[in-house]
Design a protein around this ligand. Structure first.
Ligand SMILES: Nc1ncnc2c1ncn2[C@@H]1O[C@H](COP(=O)(O)OP(=O)(O)OP(=O)(O)O)[C@@H](O)[C@H]1O
Ligand SMILES: [Mg+2]
Length: 351
């Protein structure tokens, strides 16, 4: 290996873009692998390799001069990560963790096995599973595909028993889970990091607002009680310990009326609800991840007393200049197609 440490990132979206930016601040060289030749991360990575994630040979060649390989999204094929580990490359977080989290059912079973509180759920493989599942979970309920869901995609709500089959049709009879609808008072998330020695740091609990399944806004301080915030961090730590996790992990929670927390899902990566840290915390979540996976020091983050992040979705990006003039730090992901519903950038303000 050369004079500098080098991190390899599978994925080339905005999360990889910001990870590479953080790496360069640390004097760490960065490399991304993505199938898209014009991916956002191409602008901040020292090197970008265009290849499919399934292309084991390309992935192996990519990893050959990296000190560690990490990923920016959940849908990297685990086979590729396992093949890297078999060839003695360091992958963080590890392949087994991604395999658990990639599938909503195994993720929930893992949480349940570790006594982590979560909403009632049932497994759906076929139409005849719907009746017993509704019985177990109650209505209304959310039907979610087990694989490839993000930004509320692959999800549909069921309000009446007779509409269940139509809902299953909507998700093309893909393997799914049925989840009770949680009447939450707020959603919060914890972004935390762990290194190879078990050192743990957490950013302040963040409050999140979603619209139509997609994150609109995140802010600190969260409006929850100190006890709820402490419990959220304690649950996060328990998950990290149970997984033997290295890197940044995000845990999304529902807080119910009686101050109870239920885990919605976990993300084995830097997370949209932690974007306020880019400016609002030092180090930010991106730098913390690079530090964790490269076994560098992980300082306690120094954070602003309050911070807000709003996602710029679709045509919202056209307001970038206006937001900048109003004192927001805007990050434009430089995506070419301005599609409705696509995350095009975000804006952060802190004090
Ligand atoms: N069981 C539920 N009860 C109430 N609201 C829910 C439930 N499941 C999902 N939602 C709402 O939909 C949002 C998105 O759901 P979820 O986190 O499962 O989606 P996702 O597609 O995995 O999104 P992402 O990966 O972008 O967070 C939640 O943050 C919440 O606002
Ligand atoms: Mg979510």
């Amino acid at each position: 290996m050369g004079e500098y440490k080098r991190v390899g990132i599978l994925g080339g979206g905005q999360l990889a873009m910001m990870l590479c930016e953080a790496a360069s601040r640390l004097g760490v060289s960065s490399k991304v692998l993505a199938p898209d030749a014009n991916c956002p991360a191409k602008r901040t990575a020292d090197m970008a390799v265009q290849a499919d994630y399934e292309d084991l040979q390309a992935v192996q060649e990519f990893a050959a001069d990296c000190d560690v390989v990490t990923f920016e999204f959940e849908n990297v094929p685990v086979r590729s990560l396992f093949s890297l580990q078999e060839a003695n490359h360091i992958v963080a977080p590890g392949a087994k963790i991604l395999a658990i989290v990639q599938d909503r059912l195994t993720e929930k079973q893992f949480l349940q096995d570790n006594q982590i509180p979560l909403a009632r759920f049932a497994r759906i493989d076929k139409v005849s599973d719907l009746g017993p599942a509704m019985e177990a979970v109650g209505l209304p309920a959310v039907l979610k595909t087990r694989h490839f869901g993000y930004d509320g995609k692959g999800q549909t709500w069921i309000h009446e028993e007779k509409k269940a089959e139509a809902a299953f049709d909507l998700i093309h009879h893909h393997p799914a889970v049925l989840e009770e609808v949680v009447p939450f008072v707020r959603e919060v998330s914890v972004i935390a990091a762990c290194n190879y020695k078990g050192g743990f740091v957490a950013f302040p609990v963040t409050e999140n607002v979603h619209e139509a399944g997609i994150l609109r806004q995140s802010s600190i301080p969260a409006n929850c009680s100190v006890e709820v915030a402490e419990t959220a961090i304690a649950i996060t730590r328990k998950i990290i310990d149970a997984l033997g996790y290295v890197g940044v992990l995000a845990v999304e929670f529902f807080e119910t009326g009686n101050g109870k927390l239920l885990v919605n899902e976990i993300a084995p990566r830097v997370h949209n609800s932690g974007h306020w840290t880019r400016g609002g915390a030092c180090p930010d979540q991106f730098e913390m991840h690079i530090r964790a996976v490269l076994a560098m020091d992980m300082p306690q983050p120094k954070c602003a007393s309050s911070a807000k992040m709003q996602n710029l979705i679709g045509a919202d990006i056209l307001q970038a200049e206006e937001l900048q003039n109003a004192g927001w730090q805007v990050c434009d992901y430089g995506k070419s197609r301005k599609q409705p519903g696509r995350k095009m950038g975000h804006a952060v303000k802190w004090q």
